[in-house]
Design a protein around this ligand. Structure first.
Ligand code: FES
Ligand code: FES
Length: 154
């Protein structure tokens, strides 16, 4: 066990954990942040995505010790001052979720995409979102929501 210091959604936390523990487990079990979901646990679905230094990262396969001191953002950290982020609002406006399980990963992957490419084409959205899986097949609504959010964020 070791003391690991994490910066999550602008707050600093110190946890006493096994250093190889996946970041996802610490976020959900120790910090009570339930935005990131456990899907495959193998880095293949994206349900557990968080932002680390602005990059979409799969927290199920990332050892907590490897992200010590890095700025981590979970879905809970996207909104600010009680106001939803334009991506979250666009998800509501387009009624994207079906079961909802994958949508944490969809929104955070979209955030990383729009931060790099504020006005993506349909093809760029498909490429940027590839690998973030939705078993309910909400992909067309995700695409519409990303385009809607891009307009608001422009
Ligand atoms: S739960 Fe992490 S990628 Fe599937
Ligand atoms: S909304 Fe059900 S898995 Fe994506």
């Amino acid at each position: 066990m070791a003391n690991i210091t994490l910066k999550v959604n602008g707050k600093t936390h110190t946890v006493d954990v096994e250093p190889s523990t996946p970041l996802l487990y610490i976020l959900r079990n120790d910090l009570d942040l339930h935005g990131p979901h456990f899907g495959c646990g193998l880095g293949q679905c994206g349900a557990c995505t968080v932002l680390i230094k602005g990059e979409a990262v799969r927290s199920c396969t990332r050892a907590v010790s490897s992200v010590q001191g890095a700025e981590i953002t979970t879905l809970e950290g996207l909104s600010s001052g009680g106001k939803l982020h334009p991506i979250q609002q666009a998800w509501i406006d387009e009624q994207v979720p079906q079961c909802g399980y994958c949508q944490n990963g969809q929104m955070l992957t979209a955030k990383a995409l729009l931060d790099k490419n504020p006005n993506p084409t349909d093809a760029e959205i498909r490429q940027g979102m590839a690998g973030t899986l939705c078993r309910c097949m909400t992909y067309y609504r995700i695409q519409a929501a990303i385009k809607r959010a891009a307009k608001v964020m422009a």
